[in-house]
Structure formats: C-alpha cells, structure tokens
Design a protein around this ligand. Structure first.
Ligand code: UDP
Length: 236
C-alpha cells in the first residue's frame, strides 16, 4: 500500500513511555514504538519525532518543588533528551538509522538542531529525533512538535497518545463520550476540546498543518494512520 503522507512529525508524550509504570521508561513500550516506526520507515515515509519528558520531569510545579519555573523547564528539556536517546537506541536495535538533534547544544550525544541538516537526514531515510523541546522555557513539547513540523514542512503532525482520538468528553472518565473522526480547528476551539496546548494548536491552525490524534499504544496503528485508514481523529 502507498503511504498517504511522505513526511510526518510524530509527537510522543513522555508519559506514554512509562507504560504501566509510574515513572521513567518501560523498555517494552519503547521496543514496540521502535517496531511501529520501522514499519512506516520501510514504506518510504520520512519520519521526524518530537518526544516529551513528563515521565521524568515536568518544570511546571514551582509551588511543589521550590524550583523556579524557567529552571525547572530546562530540567524538563533535559528529560526529553534522555527519552530521545532511549528511543534512538531502540530504533537502532531494530535496524533503523537515526539522528538525534538537540535544541540545547550537547555535542557529545546529539547534533545541534540545524533545520537544513534535519531535512537532509530525512531525505536519506534517517529518522530524526528532536530533543530538548524548543530549547526555551515556558513552552511544551507539543509546541516543539508543531514548530518543527512546520519548519521541516511535514505533511501532518501525528500525536500518539493512549486514547484513540478526540472525544466529546474524556473517555477515561465518561463512558458515553463519542470519538470524532474529523473535526475542524474552529470546532476544537469552540468546544474547548483538549488536543494540544493553545500555543501548539495555534501554530498548527495558522500554518494549515493538520493534526491526527491516534492511539500509539496499539501495535500497528501508526502504520494504519500513515496509510490513510480511518483511525484516530483528523483535525484540519
Ligand atoms: N519544556 C520546555 N520547553 C520546551 C519543551 C519542554 O520548557 O520547548 C519542559 C517543560 O518543563 C515541560 C517538560 O519540558 O513540562 C517536559 O515536556 P512536556 O511536558 O511537553 O512533555 P510530555 O507532556 O509530552 O511528556
């Protein structure tokens, strides 16, 4: 089957990497993600990835930690680099070529983020993992995902979560909640649905970058999304 998209930006949350644990990394989940990503690379799809850090550190709770927001945010960005390195190792183990690019210079372990270089890697079939978010405090990795997706001219941003799309209400709390197949940017705003934070969402909306929210934890779903099958929720 021919893929529907040529170049994708996959956004993975840090929390999803925990699997059933309450902190850190679940090697089984990461191995599954690596296999799923390999399947789409083998279809000829160019894959860039932005990964979160919430499984290790989130900078937002100044009241709780006593660490000021900006400082904590930098700690959060470092957490995303740890996750990026873990995913890189898992991908290479299954034979996928990768490059890790960091928004904060760490020359021993990652290339610096250079847009043109990232595009070149993608053209050569390497998976590019963007670590350290945007490199700036007061942002999220969702915003890093939208920003990088636009910069590299990705066809779509794929937000991999634990639920299989956007619902009328939180499906983990409300059993009558219904999933949207498709929804417009305006409707998401009017209905106050949680897809991404506003900064990230607005970037997508203003640049006409569609978002697909889908379940990354069911093996094979990423492939179905890339083949254009009717899974997840398509926002445009
Ligand atoms: N962060 C940041 N700037 C960025 C991206 C991330 O300051 O551009 C920090 C922020 O503290 C955030 C943490 O890194 O809480 C982890 O990222 P995020 O919460 O987006 O991860 P996820 O929710 O996807 O696990």
């Amino acid at each position: 089957m021919l893929p529907k998209y040529k170049r994708i930006l996959l956004k993975l949350s840090g929390e999803s990497l925990m699997g059933n644990k309450s902190f850190g990394l679940d090697p089984q989940i990461i191995a599954q993600y690596a296999v799923d990503i390999k399947q789409v690379v083998e279809l000829g799809v160019q894959v860039a990835i932005v990964i979160g850090g919430g499984n290790i550190y989130r900078g937002m709770n100044e009241a709780e930690t006593g660490i000021e927001r900006a400082h904590g945010d930098y700690m959060g960005m470092l957490a995303t680099v740890i996750n990026g390195m873990a995913l890189q190792a898992a991908l290479e183990k299954v034979g996928v070529f990768t490059r890790l690019q960091s928004a904060i210079v760490m020359e021993r372990i990652a290339e610096p983020y250079i847009r043109r270089r990232a595009i070149r890697h993608l053209e050569k079939g390497r998976v590019v993992i963007f670590g350290a978010g945007t490199g700036n405090p007061y942002f999220t990795t969702d915003t890093a995902g939208s920003l990088r997706a636009i910069e590299i001219k990705a066809d779509v941003i794929l937000k991999g979560t634990r639920v299989d799309g956007i619902y009328t209400a939180d499906p983990e709390l409300d059993p009558t909640a219904l999933r949207y197949d498709k929804i417009s940017f305006a409707e998401v705003i009017n209905k106050n649905l949680k897809v991404m934070d506003m900064t990230a969402f607005t970037l997508c909306k203003e640049n006409g970058l569609p978002i697909i929210v889908f379940d990354m934890n069911t093996p094979g779903t990423l492939l179905q999304v890339v083949e254009g099958m009717d899974v997840g929720t398509f926002v445009s």
